[in-house]
Ligand binder design. Structure first.
Ligand code: UDP
Length: 404
């Protein structure tokens, strides 16, 4: 069904919607293009999928192009992604060359003549250097940039310096020594998407049955790509500790993003670690790309875990908070922007496995506590992290850069 701003009026009120129409009016006759590297999997695709139709419905003229890479390219950019989040990598000339050549190919098939260009994340970053620049370009970086591997950041600066604006998800990611204007925009979720809309009980039962998830004991879940930074192995370790005190089940659900080649290796590692607990049905691993399944899992779980080691923002946290769930999460990246500790969720150092497991036990034994956290979480998302706010932010940014 076509996404329409009108449908959000009940949730955010008339004023917020009227403001969006007004802001879009400043951009009549101007075209904007977004470029990223995947239509599905991961938070960026999730965001653009709602943001772009709503911007268009508001009256702006906004497109979305996918940068097509091959397997080699995505192997390299995944390493770059890891290095931007702090991992040391072997930055060879071949990797650099491969990266640049793939982006040059994009230039050979894609015209860019819009009035404003948004480039998302490191994969398509270099394309700017192949075009005659006729309009403002924005690099929208969604990853945790607080501590990038210096040789890689130095290399990427060759491209970043050409941009007119860099948008990051947290104040912590700004680089004081980077002479390009940087601003913070917090991501947001779409409360009416299949992933977040209210579900009837009939739907829930159907999906539980379809995916073989019994509800005979409380469920704790982490829903995230199988990725080292999401630390699914750590989640299994935490679950083992929780299980000693409260009988519950762990569900780990992850999709595989087409621009993330490491997923299956991590999945196999998790499977080995969970081992016997999979046979007994105590741990359920699911690899699916299914929005209603994610929605349902977030709703039926008693606790949602997000044990990331790094996290650009963490839309999975926002999604669970919206569904009134107590989230027990790492105090890293964008997560503390969302959760106020002990008010709208619980935060721990990622190494504090006992902290995580004790908190989960506390919520499982005292559901009213979980309910209190979950209600506060919902209100916080409603106030700060819904898609209509992001639509307004994008329109403001576009207006500030396009000469109207
Ligand atoms: N997601 C999903 N299915 C899964 C796992 C994750 O649809 O099995 C979605 C999740 O609901 C969220 C997005 O992928 O919307 C992940 O965004 P996040 O910002 O949490 O992390 P990223 O993957 O971008 O690092």
């Amino acid at each position: 069904m076509k996404k329409r701003l009108e449908s959000y009026r009940n949730i955010v009120g008339d004023k917020a919607i009227a403001e969006i129409y007004k802001k879009a009016g400043y951009l009549y006759g101007k075209e904007i293009i977004n470029i990223n590297s995947t239509y599905q999997g991961g938070g960026v695709a999730e965001l653009l999928d709602s943001l772009i139709p709503l911007l268009n419905d508001a009256g702006a003229d906004v497109g979305w192009d996918i940068f097509h890479g091959n397997t080699d390219f995505f192997q390299i950019t995944k390493k770059f992604h890891n290095a931007l989040q702090g991992a040391a990598i072997d930055l060879t000339d071949i990797k650099k060359q491969n990266y640049i050549e793939a982006t040059q190919n994009f230039f050979s098939y894609q015209k860019i003549n819009q009035n404003l260009v948004f480039v998302h994340d490191p994969q398509p970053l270099p394309i700017i250097s192949f075009y005659k620049k006729r309009q403002p370009w924005i690099w929208r970086c969604h990853v945790d940039l607080s501590n990038p591997y210096p040789p890689l950041f130095e290399f990427l600066k060759e491209f970043i310096l050409r941009y007119d604006l860099v948008i990051v998800s947290s104040e912590k990611y700004k680089k004081p020594d980077l002479p390009v204007k940087q601003i913070v925009v917090h991501p947001a979720i779409d409360p009416l998407s299949l992933k977040n809309m209210d579900l009837t009980e009939k739907y829930e039962t159907k999906y539980l049955h379809k995916f073989g998830i019994p509800c005979d004991k409380p469920i704790i879940a982490q829903i995230s790509r199988f990725d080292r930074w999401k630390d699914p192995l750590g989640v299994v370790e935490i679950y083992k500790r929780v299980k000693e005190k409260v009988n519950c089940r762990l569900v780990l659900c992850g999709n595989m993003a087409s621009d993330d080649p490491e997923g299956w290796d991590i999945y196999e590692e998790v499977k080995r670690k969970a081992n016997r607990l999979i046979d007994t049905g105590d741990i359920i691993l699911i690899v699916q790309d299914n929005n209603i399944l994610v929605n349902m899992l977030q709703r039926i779980s008693s606790v949602i875990i997000q044990k990331s080691l790094k996290e650009g923002f963490g839309l999975t946290v926002t999604e669970a908070m919206w569904k009134h769930k107590p989230v027990v999460a790492s105090n890293v990246g964008g997560i503390p922007i969302q959760i106020v500790d002990r008010e709208s969720g619980l935060l721990f150092d990622p190494n504090d496995l006992d902290g995580f497991s004790d908190a989960i036990v506390e919520i499982l034994k005292n559901p009213e506590f979980g309910e209190r956290l979950g209600n506060a979480a919902h209100n916080r998302v409603k106030k700060h992290f819904l898609i209509t706010r992001l639509v307004a932010d994008y329109l403001d940014i576009a207006k500030s850069l396009i000469n109207t």
